[in-house]
Design a protein around this ligand. Structure first.
Ligand SMILES: [Zn+2]
Length: 318
């Protein structure tokens, strides 16, 4: 490795699980990030500083004043100019590390462009704020056989899981139930807020998993769902299992990529559009129930059914 590069990344090279060989792999690796909000900016910041080779950022939104509390790549000038997040992030990241090839793409990830935007990268990263886009990303990742990292944060809590199609559970394994539910997802950062530290913790876990995967660590992406309640200081790590009848990773029914699942769109927040679905029980009440179940089973050998493994909610607090 070039001596200047060695010096630049020396503290990371000294970290034994990465080493010089791992750093070299990272410098040659690429990732595409969908969504450049709290999670996306924090994860991109870490990965660009770590010396990722190439990063594409896909985001459709513009920087607003209310973003600055948690979206670490943006400042007041970006909000005043209402810059597209993909543009502002690219600019800031290039200033942070000119050795990384950063490409901001101002676009909404939709079935029509998803495969093209996500193809050709070693890893796909979740920085989105809605399940519609995540299911689309899951369909594309499974179809391409590309690893991706699911991440979400709202309120004081968050969750993340690395998905290696065909090897570990996919998002549909985890979340899709055979029977349709009643309510749609209503709570978002626009309705119940988000603690910047919660997003930061989840983004850090996501970046750590990304680095592990990209340097080729053998223990990367073992299908563990990690849930964190930052306000109460609680962590859970649960081993999830594949659904042997999974619509996506077993039957290869890519209905979100095919556009068969039409999103229900509502206005939510000042200048933003929130896309969510009716008929899918992904509300926090459900998540809370499932976490309580997971809590009860804590310490047991967890061979839970897909959805029963799930997230965390305020109920995690004792
Ligand atoms: Zn699956």
């Amino acid at each position: 490795m070039d001596p200047k590069l060695y010096e630049k990344y020396s503290r990371q090279i000294l970290f034994a699980p990465i080493g010089a060989a791992g750093q070299q792999r990272l410098l040659e690796a690429s990732a595409v990030l969908v969504g450049c909000g709290a999670l996306g900016t924090a994860a991109a910041n870490l990965l660009v500083r770590a010396g990722l080779g190439r990063l594409r950022i896909v985001d459709r939104d513009f920087v607003e004043l209310s973003n600055l509390q948690r979206q670490v790549l943006f400042d007041e000038a970006d909000a005043r100019e209402a810059l597209p997040k993909a543009v502002a992030a690219e600019r800031k990241l290039r200033a942070i590390n000119s050795g990384v090839e950063v490409e901001g793409v101002v676009a909404d990830l939709v079935p029509r462009n998803a495969e093209e935007l996500l193809s050709g990268f070693d890893l796909i990263l979740d920085g989105t704020d809605n399940f519609e886009t995540r299911y689309l990303m899951n369909d594309v990742a499974v179809k391409l056989g590309a690893p991706w990292i699911y991440a979400a944060a709202v309120g004081g809590y968050g969750v993340t899981m690395t998905i290696r199609p065909g090897k570990s559970p996919c998002l549909a394994c985890l979340l899709e139930r055979p029977e349709p539910g009643a309510a749609g997802l209503e709570e978002t950062c626009d309705t119940i807020g988000v603690l910047n530290a919660a997003a930061s913790v989840i983004a850090s876990l996501e970046a750590a998993e990304a680095i592990k995967l990209l340097v080729g660590a053998s223990d990367a992406g073992e299908g563990r769902l990690v849930a964190v309640e930052v306000w109460a200081g609680r962590f859970q790590s649960i081993c999830a299992e594949r659904n042997p009848e999974c619509r996506a990773c077993v039957r290869h029914d890519f209905r979100y990529l095919a556009g068969a699942e039409q999103p229900h769109v509502t206005l939510c927040g000042r200048d933003s559009v929130q896309i969510h679905e009716r008929g899918r029980r992904l509300d926090l009440e459900l998540l809370g129930q499932v976490v309580l179940q997971a809590d009860l089973l804590d310490g047991l050998k967890l061979g839970l059914q897909p959805v029963d493994v799930f997230l965390l909610a305020p109920q995690l607090s004792p």
